[in-house]
Design a protein around this ligand. Structure first.
Ligand SMILES: Nc1ncnc2c1ncn2[C@@H]1O[C@H](COP(=O)(O)OP(=O)(O)OP(=O)(O)O)[C@@H](O)[C@H]1O
Length: 273
């Protein structure tokens, strides 16, 4: 079973900014964790420490028994293959087709000459087709990425991450560039994929209402520390104030209510999403 475990993870940048201060939590297989917190709380730093784009200062990051914080060189590259990433700006190769973008999820696995020739095994190709079907894009497999809408691009991003058979999904602001309805569809797809495949996932997300609706558990960071860890239903006004502070929270709530109404399960069902 894939379990991600952070133990006293800390990061102090060379500038002296402490972005994470002894953060510890465990994400079990199949759990979708929403990471929320104000700007500068350390959310991106946390995600980037796990995939080692940022070097942790102290602490451990264990995935399936390996401490990712200790790995270097080839071992680190191998470990990164085990982590699927989904990005706010999709990070697709625009001039390649949908299918080629999905298959690029295998790049860490195929030899250099094969990737150069863009030769993938029949298994990889048939997996890519079934993932495209799962994300609702099988009709578009041969389209160039730059001909897709934002929601379609993010679906490609999800299929690409799953094509690499990850043991963990790290998702950075997946809906920040999408409209409210598409955002809900994308959050639902990510959640379904994780639960089906028993993948732990961390989703860094600004939109508290989306986080509440589509994640299994919320961690609230403030100034590099965990100030809330509990079920989405536990996000009371008092907790939100603890995470965001009075002023921010009041403003954010107003903006969200105006940006996306109504947001009820009944409406989602009626829309068939
Ligand atoms: N490369 C860096 N060098 C120095 N300090 C940094 C660096 N990256 C982030 N920080 C600092 O670390 C702290 C946490 O930043 P981080 O980007 O992780 O927060 P965040 O919660 O992701 O914010 P946002 O929601 O705005 O993306 C901030 O004080 C920030 O200024």
């Amino acid at each position: 079973m894939n379990v991600l475990k952070l133990d006293k993870l800390s990061k102090t940048y060379a500038t002296g900014d402490t972005a994470l201060n002894q953060v510890s939590f465990e994400v079990p297989a199949g759990q979708v964790l929403g990471l929320i917190g104000p700007s500068g709380a350390g959310k991106s730093t946390l995600i980037r420490c796990i995939n080692r784009l940022v070097e942790p200062t102290a602490g451990s990051i264990t995935l399936g028994g390996t401490d990712l914080a200790q790995l270097q060189g080839a071992a680190l590259r191998r470990a990164r293959r085990r982590i699927g990433m989904i990005f706010q700006e999709y990070a697709l190769v625009e001039r390649l087709t949908v299918m080629e973008n999905v298959l690029s999820g295998r790049l860490g696995y195929v030899s250099l000459w094969r990737s150069f020739l863009r030769r993938y095994s029949p298994d990889d190709v048939s997996k890519a087709f079934s993932l495209l079907e799962q994300v609702g894009l099988s009709q578009h497999y041969n389209k160039r990425a730059d001909a897709l809408s934002g929601g379609q691009r993010q679906r490609v991003g999800i299929a690409r991450a799953l094509e690499q058979d990850p043991e963990l999904l790290l998702v950075d602001e997946p809906t920040a560039s999408l409209d409210p309805k598409t955002s809900r569809q994308i959050m639902r797809l990510i959640g379904d994929a994780c639960r089906e495949r028993h993948l732990p996932a961390i989703i860094n997300i600004h939109d508290v209402m989306l986080a509440q609706q589509f994640t299994d558990r919320i961690i609230g960071l403030r100034a590099g520390e965990v100030v809330f860890d509990g079920p989405p239903s536990g996000l009371t006004d008092e907790v939100l104030t603890r995470i965001y502070g009075d002023e921010d929270w009041t403003r954010m709530r107003g903006e969200e209510a105006g940006a996306d109404e109504p947001r009820t399960p009944a409406v989602d069902l009626a829309e068939g999403i």
